[in-house]
Design a protein around this ligand. Structure first.
Ligand code: SF4
Length: 423
């Protein structure tokens, strides 16, 4: 159930909270689909199958899940991560919790909008004693999302209360959980009370909706500096998932002010702006930290501009100074594999010459323990031969839950060019 059909979607609420004008600028913009988003959708579908069918995730390895226009194969890696999430869900459920999976959660009454306009999809809801638990899976491996006061989870919490309070239990407490298995095996948790969450919905969330409605009511002024100043507020959290990045004047100004130390009133002025190398000349660690803070935002903007230019040119629209050319040819492959096999056999090629055999992975071997192909006494012997490389060192913000690696400063005679040198 894609939340895009909900006008006040939970997944997009943080964005409009931080930048109410995005509600206007995103109208009519094409959806951003990517293989990463599709992978996330497939991981959610896998979790739903594991929890509802009570089949281990490993049982789905090799299955193709169609998501957002992509064919995503369930890999050993995805199965392991999702099994971890499913196991943690079972821990939250305990012996006395009641589990609900993939629930449409309507929070419209709290935020003051029509019911068909204010809902989202909760991955997991558990009713347990006087507590309602809402668990959200985030399959990305980029940035850690903290659950405390997270608007998306808060709205799911309200939707869960709307649907289950007084029916599946009488709740006084709400536990909100974000599970990001590719970053940490320990989910981010926030405990709050029904009273506090409902107060947030009726005051803060409702006032966000009202501000957006004011922006929408004056949408015909969106070209004016005053409207833009009032309603557009660029920042990494809100711009990252905004469909209007490529056309947003305030984001463009923010990038120009950061990179060129000036804003530009026209395309020609922007094109002629020069990099002020002097500011970054000293390269001390404080400058690196300050610049790193802006890198994600600028990179997101760059990607959005490239995508917009591609879309226009591929639609036949002109973009001054650019054209479409044929790309590099793809890899060679057999058109009809059966015909090739028959021809090779007629040429008397041996099996080992025709096929490349590969040893199965540890995950695939473990799967064979389920039907007894590998017995309980054989598996420990194979398990002892499994090795696993440490993850590559990776730069993350201080808020990331993983502990910092204890790296000694390098001396002059050993220069680290990149983090890959440390791997
Ligand atoms: S790109 Fe950023 S500033 Fe512009 S509308 Fe979107 S969220 Fe707001």
């Amino acid at each position: 159930m894609p939340e895009a059909h909900s006008k006040w979607s939970a997944s997009g609420f943080k964005k409009i909270m931080l930048c109410p004008g995005s509600k206007v600028l995103e109208v009519g913009q094409p959806d951003n689909t990517s293989i990463y988003a599709a992978e996330g959708t497939a991981a959610h579908e896998l979790l739903e199958m594991v929890l509802t069918n009570e089949v281990p995730a490993l049982g789905y390895v090799g299955r193709i899940i169609q998501a957002d226009g992509f064919d995503i194969e369930v890999t050993d890696e995805m199965a392991e991560y999702i099994q971890g999430v499913a196991d943690r869900v079972k821990d939250y459920q305990g012996d006395d919790g009641v589990l609900f999976v993939e629930q449409k959660l309507c929070y419209a009454d709290y935020i003051g909008v029509p019911r068909e306009e204010g809902w989202g999809t909760g991955d997991v809801v558990i009713a347990r004693g006087d507590e309602i638990i809402v668990i959200d899976l985030k399959y990305g491996k980029g940035q850690w999302v903290d659950v405390k006061e997270n608007p998306q989870l808060s709205l799911y919490g309200l939707g869960a209360l709307d649907k289950f309070n007084g029916i599946a239990g009488d709740f006084t407490r709400v536990r909100l959980v974000i599970d990001q298995p590719r970053i940490s095996e320990k989910p981010s948790e926030w405990d709050t009370t029904v009273e506090k969450l409902e107060a947030w919905g009726r005051s803060t969330a409702r006032s966000v909706v009202n501000t957006c409605r004011t922006a929408e009511g004056n949408a015909d002024l969106k070209g004016d500096a005053t409207w833009q100043e009032t309603f557009l507020r660029p920042g990494e959290d809100q711009c990252k998932f905004c469909k209007a990045k490529a056309k947003c004047p305030k984001l463009r100004d923010e990038v120009a002010a950061t990179v060129f130390e000036t804003t530009a009133a026209s395309p020609d002025e922007f094109a002629e702006a020069e990099l002020p190398y002097t500011s970054y000349a000293s390269q001390d660690a404080d400058w690196v930290a300050a610049c790193l803070n802006k890198v994600d935002l600028i990179e997101d903007w760059c990607k959005a501009i490239r995508a917009d230019a591609d879309r226009r040119l591929l639609n036949g629209e002109p973009v001054r100074g650019y054209k479409v050319v044929a790309g590099k040819k793809g890899h060679r492959s057999w058109g009809n594999a059966t015909e090739v096999e028959e021809l090779m056999k007629s040429m008397r090629l041996k099996t080992e010459e025709m096929y490349s055999l590969k040893l199965i992975t540890p995950t695939a071997a473990e799967k064979l323990t389920k039907d007894g192909t590998i017995g309980p006494r054989q598996w420990p012997k194979l398990k002892a031969l499994i090795t696993q490389a440490d993850g590559k060192p990776h730069v993350a913000p201080e808020s990331d839950p993983r502990p910092a690696l204890d790296l000694k400063p390098v001396t002059d005679d050993f220069v680290v060019e990149s983090l890959d040198d440390l791997a």
